[in-house]
Design a protein around this ligand. Sequence first.
Ligand SMILES: [Zn+2]
Length: 225
Amino acid sequence: MQIKKQLVEICHKIHAKGFVAATDGNISVRIDENKILCTPTSLPKEKIRISDLIVISLDGNVISGNKKPSTEFKMHLAIYKNREDVNAVIHAHPVYATAFASSKLALDIPFLPEVILSIGKVPVCTYATPSTDEVVKSILPFVKKTNLLLLQNHGVVTFGKNLEEAYYLLEKLEHTAKIFSIAMTFNGVRPLTKNQILKLYQINETNYKISQKNKITFKEKGKLN
Ligand SMILES: [Zn+2]
């Protein structure tokens, strides 16, 4: 019941924050080895209640619930199958991060120290027709390397050990994309230098418990305009 309540709260939150519009997006959480709890299709996230949630198996069969799951759950299932450490997945269409994805731009410029240490670079997955197996194919090359993905011309996916972690990654991703976009309209984005990044990684090793997979080596790039 606690997990159901938390899932519903996050549905309402992603709508209130503007990370989805209308019936966009879907959220799931792993409840045991073979089952996930997920949001139904065609229902605005702000209106979702506990009774709307569905339980599906990792094979995609509905176990309980009166509504239909979204066809986008293929993507969620692929993530759970490839990442034993992942227990929650959020798919949303936040404005700035989706704008990056629509320009086929990865968020891979090392410009904010905290972002370098916490989320690393965020890749963009090649465009795939939503709800098809193409989406699964497009995310697989990155699923084991990161917990954040941009989906070209579509949106984003974040995942973590629990719903809270997946939600905060989504919030962080959108915040970073927004700062980047605004800086570009001012005087361009100035990436940190290689030395500045190395110093950060040293702090990371002693003060932060960030997993190895997030310790992405950024290439030094010139100022972007
Ligand atoms: Zn979508």
